[in-house]
Design a protein around this ligand. Sequence first.
Ligand code: NAP
Length: 268
Amino acid sequence: MKDNALHFALFGNPVGHSLSPLMHGAAFAGMGLRAQYSAFCVQDLALAAQGIRGMGLRGVSVTIPFKTAVMDLLDEIEETARMIGAVNTIRNDGGRLMGFNTDAAGLMKDLKEVTNLRGKRVVVLGAGGAARSAVFGLIREGALVHIVNRTAEKGERLAGEFGCTSSALSDKSQIGGDILINTTSVGMTPVVDASPLEPYFLKRFHWVVDIVYNPLKTKLLKDAEAAGCHIRNGIGMFVHQGAEQIRIWTGLTPPLELMQKVVMERLS
Ligand code: NAP
């Protein structure tokens, strides 16, 4: 790459199966940008963050397990990311590192393509990092959120932070509403025959959303389809959160359809 190229990276551990290099690479090529995006399996996050300045990277995507830890290493955290408590995007403004979160916006954009969220009763399965973004975004859109988590205390803590309700996954009495969103990793490749919820409970929902996108149709989504629900996988969220990263880094509009196409082709 010539000196005037823009350089981007993914920091995570592991990163081997990430589709971000494929998606961002296609987007930059489609935009005619001289840019390179590489994945790094990071061993020492503090040194890696320092390397953003040292190597003059323009932007970095941050994934598991660094989304929270990276916050202490940045110069400034944008308000949404601070409220969510996680950063998945870093922009390097001449050595000053600014943290953003595009997961919440990515999921909300995707959901709003198919349904209105205001006043909807939404059950969020899980209370990890992805759930934080989902709950934050949903509440901001005016949804009525109930968190259901395997470890009840973790669900209660998250519900307390965002002012919603919660229950344990073992107690099915409160599982019902307009939309169910799975934010757990259950059902993800390679354990594709697992589902976080028994098929019986799915008919209590109009929409069932799984933010997992590998496989494209998880067991949860297959069961939900069989139960007559509308279904949505995690591809749209993934593409939208990536597109938002490109907007933050470059100020330009990314080619959404192209990004979606290359990811779908790889997963199909
Ligand atoms: P995380 O912080 O590790 O949280 C995992 C959650 O899953 C926890 O609530 C955990 O419950 C629950 N869980 C794990 N195993 C379970 C099981 N066997 N039964 C019931 N619950 C279980 O992970 P994360 O960062 O939130 O990521 C979760 C998933 O979201 C991953 O598959 C990730 O790829 C996906 N994701 C997708 C996108 C996208 O763009 N589509 C973006 C971000 C994340 P406990 O609290 O009880 O442990």
